[in-house]
Ligand binder design. Structure first.
Ligand SMILES: NC(=O)c1ccc[n+]([C@@H]2O[C@H](COP(=O)([O-])OP(=O)(O)OC[C@H]3O[C@@H](n4cnc5c(N)ncnc54)[C@H](OP(=O)(O)O)[C@@H]3O)[C@@H](O)[C@H]2O)c1
Length: 295
């Protein structure tokens, strides 16, 4: 619990990560303020009904962001995946700069676990490391989280579940680390609750780690029918630079670095396993994916 009367400004609160963070911060007793693109849309109204203070604005509106940060204790910054690389970098830097100028006590930036120590030279892969590098230089207490691939990504329609298979990026005997979006909020709430412990740190986060064979077993159990696991064929990976980059990273790059799940559970005692996620919030998406037509 917090005794701060000052709110935390959450970006992307109508989306996955921001929504999870807003919910967990409210539960932890923080006043929550959210910058939303459209305060009349259903997801914004749901936030308002849950007690979130809404500020309508976009990443482009520096003055709105500045005034939304006034009197805030903290900021949670996340950028959508569909931005062009230069826009992601521009907005990520601008949000952090405004936070530093405003004197925010604790800034949390959500990056990605595929970020490594070296830039790749490919703008869309380098957007997050460039934002990270900028944020670290600012005179402000910052925590960078790097979530691994979301569990939610495995139950999207079109990845074979409706045909009794799961097609994904790892070799069947290799493991993948997955984050339940719900856990991101709990993790970020723990970070804001303990600035001395987490300030200045960069933390890769995950909820569970499973091999392709273990995914097969978890999906078969949840679906009540056999679901076989297979990796994307090499020619599919060769034709898709983003998938190939992720597959390589999962094999021997940053996505392969093992997250300490014991530490994750210590920070977030409610950490979800993949099986518990499938039985809970993942159930509806799983049912939809099992029903979906692949055409
Ligand atoms: N998918 C994965 O497995 C994974 C893993 C690790 C990291 N990531 C990273 O996670 C990030 C995406 O997070 P997410 O999945 O939580 O995103 P998301 O669900 O797509 O949500 C994006 C949020 O940004 C808001 N937004 C969009 N354009 C905006 C603008 N111009 N001004 C202000 N707000 C705007 C959206 O508002 P509306 O709802 O109004 O559109 C929404 O609230 C990406 O950077 C991705 O690389 C993803």
């Amino acid at each position: 619990m917090t005794n701060s009367k000052h709110p935390i400004l959450v970006f992307g609160a109508t989306g996955r990560q921001g929504g999870s963070v807003a919910k967990a911060l409210l539960k932890a007793g923080w006043p929550v303020r959210a910058l939303v693109l459209d305060s009349t849309k259903a997801a914004s109204l749901q936030l308002r009904n849950a007690g979130v203070e809404l500020v309508q604005g976009s990443f482009e509106e520096a003055d709105v962001i500045r005034s939304a940060m006034k009197d805030a204790y903290g900021v949670f910054s996340v950028l959508p995946a569909n931005l062009a690389a230069e826009d992601e970098v521009r907005h990520g830097i601008s949000i952090a700069d405004i936070a530093a100028e405003t004197g925010i006590n604790h800034f949390v930036y959500s990056s990605g676990a595929s970020v490594g120590n070296e830039l790749t030279g490919v703008p869309r892969f380098d957007a997050k490391p460039r934002i990270e590098a900028h944020v670290r230089e600012l005179a402000m207490t910052t925590t960078i989280i790097r979530p691994t691939i979301f569990m939610e990504m495995l139950v999207r329609p079109g990845f074979g579940l409706d045909e009794g298979r799961l097609v994904s990026l790892i070799r069947p005997e290799h493991s993948i680390q997955l984050t339940a979006v719900e856990d991101i909020g709990r993790f970020v709430a723990a970070v804001f609750a303990d600035r001395p412990r987490f300030g200045g740190r960069t933390l890769k986060i995950a909820s569970d780690r499973l091999t392709g064979r273990e995914l097969e077993a978890a999906f078969s159990e949840a679906a009540g029918c056999p679901i076989t696991y297979e990796r994307f064929p090499d020619d599919v990976l060769a034709a898709n630079a983003d998938l190939a980059h992720m597959a390589k990273s999962l094999e021997d790059g940053p996505l392969a670095e093992q997250v300490d799940l014991k530490f994750m559970r210590e920070i977030n005692p409610d950490l979800l396993t993949f099986a518990s996620w499938l039985a809970g919030n993942g159930r509806r998406s799983l049912d939809e994916a099992l029903r979906a037509s692949s055409s």
